[in-house]
Write a protein that binds this ligand. Structure first.
Ligand code: IMP
Ligand code: MG
Length: 180
């Protein structure tokens, strides 16, 4: 275990098993349709590459860079798009994928932007969900794990750009925030 991690919340095995289940569910739900997933970079890249490979139907993949976080551990409240999608999503079934839903501000803002492109449907998927932190009542359509209100890193999730490549999801030692 990395020295900056207090506890492992989700092991590599737990994540892999849940992602397979989510892939099966999405495959069932979108039967006979064509899905475009919009991956919110950078954090959702790890989850999305595993999830899309667990979906057994045609899937197109697009990316967006949106950020609301500075280098702290809570949202700044406004979402900026730094890289927009390149696919035409009008009339298509769209699934937006993020690593974690926290305040809900990111999914709310991105969904509102993408709806202006008139997709046939628009849903959201997040590997982790900190439901207690929600400010807008938003629920993701697909959630991997409901987790407690602690700052977690790994499997794409970062603190100030670090720890994304940890294969598990762990709680960061609070001492790390004080140090940086
Ligand atoms: P929201 O807009 O508050 O729902 O936050 C979503 C974004 O916040 C995610 O894409 C993450 O980048 C970031 N985030 C929220 N909680 C955590 C966490 O515990 N660890 C790392 N990133 C987080
Ligand atoms: Mg993010």
């Amino acid at each position: 275990m990395h020295e900056d991690i207090k506890t492992i919340l989700l092991t590599q095995e737990q994540i892999a098993a849940r992602v397979q289940e989510m892939g099966r569910q999405i495959t069932e739900d979108y039967q006979g349709r064509e899905l475009i997933v919009v991956v919110l970079l950078k954090g959702a890249a790890w989850f999305a590459t595993d999830l899309t490979r667990a979906i057994d139907m045609p899937v197109r993949v697009d990316f967006m860079v949106a950020s609301s976080y500075g280098n702290g551990t809570s949202t700044s409240g406004s979402v900026k798009v730094k890289l927009d999608i390149s696919e035409n999503i009008a009339g298509k079934d769209v699934l937006v994928i993020d690593d974690i839903i926290d305040s809900g501000v990111t999914f709310a803002a991105i969904s509102e932007m993408l709806r202006q492109c008139r997709p046939a449907s628009l849903k959201t998927a997040a590997l982790c969900d900190k439901a207690e932190r929600r400010v807008n009542g938003l629920e993701a359509d697909y959630v991997g794990f409901k987790i407690p209100d602690e700052f977690v890193v790994g499997y794409g999730l970062d603190y100030a750009g670090d720890y994304r490549n940890l294969p598990y999801i762990g709680v960061l030692k609070p001492a790390v925030y004080a140090r940086k």
